[in-house]
Write a protein that binds this ligand. Sequence first.
Ligand code: URA
Length: 160
Amino acid sequence: MDELNFAIYGCKKCRLWQDAKHGVPGEGPINAKIMFVGQNPGVEEDEVGRPFVGKTGKYLTKVLAENGLSREDLFITNIVKHKTPKNRKPFADEVAACLPYLLEQIRIIKPEKVVLMGKTAWLTPRFNGIKYYEVVHPQAASRFPKMGKKFQEQIKAIMR
Ligand code: URA
């Protein structure tokens, strides 16, 4: 995992590193049973090199805690490891360039469950023997009450 993180910090496989301060590999225990995958780090995550530390991250952490999940128990990352300009959706070639990092993280961690948050993360190819769940993105969930309700129901169902 250390080697992988090192590769992500120095990655120049697509254009995104040019506009970013940090690669954001993700964080959590190497033996986590559950992984959460978002789209790409935002400005606040880029500042510190850690995933989901901004407004969306605080919302996510709260919903997870309400469902008995502590941040320390899960591995949390994104399908794209650098921030995008103006937080635009990552382009297909950027997702393709970055995807091997996520797949390697899943191979190393071997979680029981992977929660894919938002349509970009839903593109993740699946390994046999792991349960995958597609949920709405917590950024949309934190902004729009209807999406928030859906997100909370989805997380509750997964934890059941
Ligand atoms: N949104 C994401 O998808 N990922 C982050 O790390 C932060 C916000």
